[in-house]
Write a protein that binds this ligand. Structure first.
Ligand code: FES
Length: 145
């Protein structure tokens, strides 16, 4: 049911933890299952994401997608991090079962929420970044998985 990459990131998740005095912190929840994800970003003066950590009360697919998402945004610019969508993360993991697709949204939304926090703290605007909703279940009420 799960690809080898998903199992690998589930069993050995990368970048679990928290960052003290992070440049940006984002927390989102998934109304469908009640799971929660928190993402910490350490962003330097050049706008490069030097470090990233996550914590979750989430299912295995949420752990695996967040782990992969942190790997994909590390070392990237803020703008590049915005391009790390849940689809990109799922592709990098060789896919997820359809019923688990909503789990991958937690990672994407948590990154967006952390970037938003960073932008707020620094009084900057990140092009293409919309204010995140605290509960991603509100975002797509019609979608069913
Ligand atoms: Fe809740 Fe996967 S079931 S994030």
């Amino acid at each position: 049911m799960y690809s080898e990459k998903v199992m690998d990131h589930f069993n050995n998740p990368r970048n679990v933890g928290e960052i003290e005095n992070a440049s940006g912190v984002g927390t989102v929840g998934n109304a469908k299952c009640g799971d929660i994800m928190r993402m910490y970003l350490d962003i330097n003066d050049d706008g490069i994401i030097q470090d990233v950590k996550f914590k979750t009360f989430g299912c295995g697919a949420a752990v695996a997608t967040s782990s992969m998402a942190t790997e994909l945004v590390k070392g990237k610019t803020v703008q590049q991090a915005l391009e790390v969508t849940n689809k990109a993360v799922m592709e990098a993991l060789d896919g997820l079962p359809p019923v688990k697709v909503h789990c991958s949204l937690l990672a994407e939304e948590a990154i967006h929420a952390a970037l938003w926090d960073y932008a707020q703290k620094n009084h900057i605007t990140i092009e293409g970044l919309e204010q995140p909703v605290s509960d991603i279940g509100e975002k797509e009420p019609e979608e069913e998985y």
